[in-house]
Design a protein around this ligand. Sequence first.
Ligand code: 13P
Length: 248
Amino acid sequence: MRTKLIVGNWKMNGSRAANAALLEGIVAGLDDARAEAAVCVPAPYLQQCQDALAGTPVAWGAQDVSMHACGAYTGEICASMLAEFDCRYVIVGHSERRAYHREDSDLVARKAQAVLAEGMTPIVCVGETLAQREAGETMQVVGGQLGAVLELLAPEQVARIVVAYEPVWAIGTGRNATPDVAQDVHAGLRAQLAARNADAAPGVRILYGGSMKPENARELLARPDIDGGLIGGAALKAQDFLAIIHAA
Ligand code: 13P
């Protein structure tokens, strides 16, 4: 049985004051939530998260990482640095990085490998654009994105990743994928995981991301292969984020 996982992706949002209130609100409202919760925050706030969340049920992590180990890579942050802040998760291959920073699937795969090498869990994002969906290319696109990662990992490492299906057309648009549409893609991704490691695939969590909010979370999370959410906008308000955690 897969424990549901709700991850807030703060993207490039936050301030020390706003974060303090948000983190305090999340921890205070968890009550007896059975889902796992985590926040992936801008790197300058990792220390603040570590201070605020250590000893609570909420985990924390980063939104990107360098594929390189330490060295002459100005502006980059390597996985061993993130590990020093006790990050549990690192998002890799978010569509905003693929689109605005020209990250390709090979780079994303190397980043996933760097995260695993430091004992953290990569959240590997995949997703198609609207044009790709309308052209009937969804499974080919997301399959290619996940396939590049699976190719680089040893079969036993498959058990140590989280996958996030985030259709680009649903991100920040208010237009979520329907539960049926998301479930279809998630089932396809799980089959692909199984082809690489049949024993591990049933345990890998596949999150849905793209305009998930309190109003649609319950229905999405009820589908058999939707194991949680990667939440953008709704993760910036404690009340909304908590509502999704409790729905899970
Ligand atoms: P929204 O929830 O704002 O659509 O963002 C989703 C996302 O990109 C999470 O990584």
